[in-house]
Design a binder for this molecule. Structure first.
Ligand code: ATP
Length: 738
């Protein structure tokens, strides 16, 4: 029997909700469900009629770049009543719906749980009242699946909720903008972010924006908290940075539980420091705009997983939220999600801050610690030993490299280790060209694009290695932190192999993965990848806007070297119909099939089709070749255009995700270096983020994960998303073409 599914968005809107609805609708149609969209959340479900409409494949076309939710959202008092929910059940039963997907916050998920629990009793009552008429078979139960949609990131059971990443990007960019005006006027700004019970946005925004102080609801403030804040600002000003940012979550509170008001903060700072202070409340700007690449991909993965869970559940009742934990799909009972999410607020109310933080998760606690460390640190007077630690950024530049350098260098200086920057990567190391790193300069590097140290692609020769050893000896370099891509990994591997005969090379080294290509071993994400992805997706959105009266195919070439990460993830986030990846190559048979699919796509109503091609997907089937082939076969039915995005992809300020990743990795690199120097260890270590955790692995071991000949890791987690990208972007399957 054909199953019917309904989907709604509820509570506050969040960017990415449209991507989730699209994924749910198309996956469900593919799995044979009849699909209904419920407009205006539970309010629409209670109202019925026009508020519940069938959704087809094309109804969710072109909505990926749109902010908010096209289904509309609402808070419904009627749904909170038994009578209201009975109406809701009546409408669902009448349409034969036995599965409901709800995208929203904890309140919305609670509503879904209550509805599923009460379903049999409502059905019985409606039957008794004769309100179900001659319906035939009534679904005996309702399966409900929740998806986390809330910009606050306050939901238990998922590391990230839909909308959070976009909101964070708004926040860091707002802090960037305010910083430039603050610097011009030597002002201090108090910036308020959303988050009534949750300090996630404030904390991550403060870290990514390079703020000097943060106030979050989950932290217990002692009675003298303003003195501490004033001291930190005073110290930062004394070091030479006259403009400061203080970030406060709207739910931050005094030790007695009363809210901390921004105007109050302004008065404290102005009175105590005699400085010019301005307040900016970011407000609803944080919710708005086109969703980030991350949010679109997260929402798509969760939406597909929701339908898959419904299909796989069989007769088992489903009352779960689908979340992402450690970069893997994870199901948690709705009731557990609601109870544990709400418990944080209760713990804060009761003053149990430690418990509140524990419920927020390890990553929140570690980031809070990292931020506190950054506010405490200052260049230490006592120097540990006399030789410096050298930091370089190698290969091609990647957004976020400066953030990593800034954090690593300041953490080391705080411990009294002298630090120097190497100019132009290994090139500078060969020639002994260094750059003094100034504390204040470093502070302002957090949000700078590209690499201030400079990067050069250069593979070390035997002769170079000898000269690097001489530089290290001459300048008494005690350790090396190398931030870069595959070339940097290969160069450090070369140095490591020469350590036995060239004693000067035997110093501790730490590698930090930074490349837009995401082609490194030992890590699921590399610094720079997220910014590049957002750059690509924004460009693809613009290309889509050019859709006019003429049917058009765009073949867009993206970077990635031998890794299809950027092409595939950009396809997933932009709804591109095809991604040619180096992992799969391109065959003539495939191109032949693509020609047929393309024609069918236009016949089925598409006006614009996007094909993405990784720069190395094939040696001979180039972007130009594919475009000409498609044009030739179009017989005038559609036009073909190409776009090579080139270096636009690696430009611009780093995204929030990249800044946070770079901050964590920069601090971890400093910590590893400091430990090795103190314990006189001379290991070569590589950092990575796997399943959400930072990992440290000997370089030798990490390189075993690498397929050096192919230029990418042997296993790439993202490839499993490739079928998803294609099936969601295809033309309506119901459309039959002659
Ligand atoms: P946000 O995080 O943006 O606040 P939310 O989903 O938590 O999103 P709420 O206003 O708490 O937003 O809930 C949305 C809707 O869910 C409510 O208007 C109400 O219709 C329904 N709802 C919430 N709690 C319950 C409940 N206990 N029983 C039935 N329905 C509920």
């Amino acid at each position: 029997m054909e199953r019917s599914l309904a989907v709604l968005t509820s509570g506050g809107d969040a960017p990415g909700m449209n991507a989730a609805v699209r994924a749910v609708v198309r996956r469900a149609l593919d799995c044979g469900f009849k699909v209904y969209g419920i407009y205006n959340g539970y309010e629409g479900l209670v109202s019925g009629g026009e508020a519940i409409r069938p959704l087809g494949w094309n109804d969710v076309g072109g909505i990926l770049p749109r902010g908010g939710t096209f289904l509309g959202t609402a808070r419904s008092e009627r749904f909170r009543t038994l009578e209201g929910r009975r109406q809701a059940v009546r409408h669902l039963v009448t349409l034969g719906v036995d599965a409901l997907v709800v995208i929203g916050g904890d309140g919305s998920l609670m509503g879904a749980h209550v509805l599923a629990e009460e379903w049999p009793s409502h059905v019985e009552a409606l039957e008794k009242e004769g309100l179900l008429g001659e319906l035939g078979k009534v679904p005996p139960s309702l399966d409900v699946v929740g998806l986390p949609g809330s910009i606050d990131n306050d939901l238990y059971g998922t590391d990230m909720s839909i909308g959070v990443d976009t909101a964070l990007n708004h926040i860091v960019r707002a802090i960037d903008d305010l910083t430039s005006t603050a610097a011009s006027h030597q002002r201090t700004f108090v910036v308020e972010t959303m988050g009534r019970h949750c300090g996630y946005l404030a904390l991550m925004g403060a870290l990514g924006g390079g703020a000097s102080w943060v106030l979050v609801p989950e932290e217990e403030l002692d009675l003298r908290w303003h003195h501490k804040m004033i001291r930190a600002i005073e110290k930062a000003r004394a070091i030479g940075r006259p403009h400061q940012m203080v970030v406060v979550a709207e739910g931050a509170r005094h030790p007695d539980g009363l809210p901390i008001r921004t105007e109050e903060l302004k008065k404290i700072l102005a009175d105590r420091l005699g400085i010019d202070v301005r307040v900016t409340v970011l407000g609803h700007v944080q919710r708005g705009g086109a969703p980030s690449a991350f949010d679109r991909i997260l929402a798509t993965r969760l939406g597909v997983a929701a339908v898959d869970a419904l299909v796989q559940a069989g007769d088992r009742p489903l009352r779960h939220m689908i979340g992402l934990q450690k970069n893997r799909i994870h199901m948690t009972l709705l009731m557990e999600v609601v109870e544990k999410s709400q418990a944080v607020g209760q713990q804060i109310d009761q003053g149990a801050y430690r418990e509140a933080q524990r419920l927020r998760g390890e990553s929140f606690v570690r980031t809070l610690e990292l931020f506190k460390t950054l506010t405490r640190i200052e260049p230490a007077a006592a120097m540990q030993g006399n030789g410096p630690v050298a930091i370089l950024t190698g290969g091609a530049d990647a957004p976020g490299m400066n953030t990593a350098v800034s954090i690593a260098a300041r953490c080391l200086m705080n411990e009294g280790f002298p630090v120097v920057g190497v100019r132009d990567a290994f090139w500078g190391l060969i020639r002994g060209e260094f750059m003094m790193l100034e504390w204040n300069e470093l502070t302002s590097w957090v949000n700078r694009p590209s690499s201030e140290l400079g990067t050069v692609r250069h593979s070390l020769t035997e002769e170079d290695v000898q000269r690097v050893a001489e530089t290290i000896e001459k300048h008494n370099i005690r350790g090396l932190i190398a931030i870069g891509g595959l070339g940097t990994y290969m160069n450090v591997t070369t140095l490591m192999h020469h350590m036995p005969e060239l004693k000067a090379l035997a110093i501790p080294m730490v590698l930090v993965p930074a490349t837009i290509d995401n082609n490194l071993p030992g890590t699921e994400f590399t610094i720079g990848g997220d910014t590049a992805l957002n750059n690509i997706v924004q460009d693809l959105d613009k290309i889509r806007h050019t859709a006019g009266a003429t049917k058009r195919t765009f073949v867009v070439e993206v970077m990635g070297r031998q890794s299809g990460y950027l092409a595939l993830m950009a396809a997933l986030a932009s709804g591109a119909e095809k991604a040619y990846l180096p992992e799969k190559g391109i065959t003539l048979a495939e191109l032949n099939e693509d020609v047929a699919v393309l024609r069918a796509s236009f016949q089925c109503g598409k006006r614009m089709v996007l094909y993405l091609r990784n720069e190395n997907a094939s040696k001979h089937y180039t972007t130009d070749f594919i475009a000409r082939l498609l044009e030739e076969e179009s017989r005038g039915f559609y036009q073909v255009r190409t776009a090579i995005l080139g270096h636009l992809q690696r430009g611009g300020v780093p995204s929030a995700f990249d800044r946070i990743l770079a901050s964590r990795m920069g601090s971890a690199a400093a910590q590893q270096m400091s430990t090795m120097l103190r314990q006189d260890q001379k290991e070569v270590l590589a950092l990575g983020q796997k399943g959400g955790d930072l990992e440290v692995t000997p370089l030798q071991q990490v390189m075993e994960e690498m397929d050096v000949r192919e230029g990418r890791p042997k296993r790439q987690w993202f490839l499993e998303l490739s079928a998803m990208a294609e099936t969601l972007a295809k033309h309506a399957p119901a459309c039959s073409v002659a």
